[in-house]
Design a protein around this ligand. Structure first.
Ligand SMILES: Cc1ncc(COP(=O)(O)O)c(C=O)c1O
Length: 400
């Protein structure tokens, strides 16, 4: 099938929930993908922070082939060797003592909120259920998670919404404190607001949040779905701020492109769950957990987190150069390989022009571009990306 046919079939048979870019991607290798008409693109989109090892990484391909021929799925009614091994690996590399596996970011966040409510009632013995989240956040698309998400546009038309979510200003400790009361069980926060436009808060904010949560017996949950797995140069982005949460959620890049979610927690908190309290049929199956284990090991063996830091710095330095040339770029910001450009122009026409110039970019907000290269990206590929972006920007300069 060519691009045109895939687009026609999609419009005819797939529910209309995405505002898609007009190409069908059919193959990938490293930092490059090809569409159904054979056109090649440099991928600075990475499947929305999923393809952190690039495409068709040999270790991922080998892991998939190996486990596919051995065992895909059983059930959590049985013990699963690769699930236990992946949990041990994540525990060894993080603040956590225990892990629960599910299938997506929203599902992991939903489970984290269930765990926090259960902890308050069972361990603290208090009827606490309120969760403070941040304005401009994004936590997923289930009913509870659109409610946790502090942006009205995701909630409109889907009520009634679950009770107990309140919104503070990201980066403003006083606004979190003002919402805390004796019903608060948790604060749920992204270390960097990804969908909100790559918004960063200070180390003081996160350290203050940790202190405040400790004082009030409130759990701190970090949503690491987008920025975890090394995107910022650490396994979990909260490590940059010198804090440890009680719970963290992961998903997206954890299994190299296969669906997975994970709830990481300390022993004290995880103890609130007993058999029957939470479950997922596919969660932590042998196939996905074997592949995820190989993906995590590859990140360390290939020093990809260090690469994310050094390549992120190089990318931002080069983008500052572009900002000087195009006065409609107002700010370059990011951490590691999650980088945003604020513009005075709409971002979508730039993304469409990027396709013409052979580069995949993301319009994360109306006037903000987000760059998410794979963590395997090289200096040469960043130079190529800058050349393609410069050509893209020169062309939108003329038409806007
Ligand atoms: C921070 C954050 N949390 C949760 C989600 C939802 O993840 P999923 O789409 O896997 O449910 C996303 C997705 O973009 C995210 O960026």
């Amino acid at each position: 099938m060519k691009n045109k046919q895939v687009i026609e079939l999609t419009h005819k048979y797939v529910m209309n929930t995405y505002s898609r870019l007009p190409v069908a991607l059919v193959r990938g290798k490293g930092s490059y993908v090809w569409d159904a008409d054979g056109k090649k693109y440099l991928d600075f989109f990475s499947g929305l922070a999923v393809d952190n090892l690039g495409h068709s990484h040999p270790k991922v391909v080998r892991a998939i082939q190996r486990q596919a021929g051995r065992l895909l799925h059983v059930s959590n009614v049985f013990y699963i060797d690769h699930q236990a091994a992946l949990a041990r690996l994540l525990v060894r590399k993080s603040f956590a003592d225990k892990v629960f596996f599910c299938n997506s970011g929203a599902e992991a966040n939903e489970g984290a909120v269930k765990l926090a409510r259960r902890f308050a009632r069972k361990v603290l013995g208090q009827d606490r259920y309120e969760v403070i989240t941040m304005k401009n956040s994004f936590h997923g698309r289930t009913l509870a998670m659109i409610t946790a998400t502090g942006q009205a546009k995701y909630q409109e038309g889907f009520g009634p919404l679950p009770e107990g979510f309140h919104y503070a200003a990201f980066g403003d400790l006083a606004s979190v404190e003002a919402l805390m009361n004796d019903r608060t069980c948790a604060v749920l926060v992204e270390p960097i607001q990804g969908e909100g436009g790559v918004r960063l808060a200070s180390t003081e904010f996160f350290q203050g949040l940790r202190r405040l949560c400790d004082e009030r017996q409130v759990l701190l949950i970090c949503d690491e779905v987008q920025v975890g797995m090394g995107r910022t140069g650490k396994l979990l982005a909260h490590e940059h701020f010198g804090i440890k949460p009680d719970i963290a959620t992961m998903a997206k890049a954890l299994a190299g492109g296969l669906p997975i979610g994970a709830i990481l927690a300390t022993d004290r908190v995880a103890a609130a769950f007993s058999p029957g309290d939470h479950a997922a049929t596919f969660g932590g199956n042998p196939f996905v957990t074997f592949v995820a284990g190989e993906v995590v090991k590859a990140c360390y063996q290939e020093r990809l987190f260090a690469n994310a830091i050094s390549m992120g710095r190089y990318l931002m330095r080069r983008l500052e150069g572009l900002r000087k040339k195009f006065n409609w770029i107002t700010e370059v910001r990011g951490l590691g390989l999650i980088v945003a450009l604020d513009l005075t122009l709409p971002a979508r026409p730039i993304v469409l022009q990027g396709l013409e110039q052979g580069i995949l970019l993301n319009a994360v907000q109306e006037k903000t571009l987000r760059l998410l290269p794979p963590l395997t990206v090289t200096k040469k590929e960043i130079d190529e990306a800058l050349l393609r972006m410069e050509r893209t920007f020169e062309r939108v300069n003329g038409v806007q």
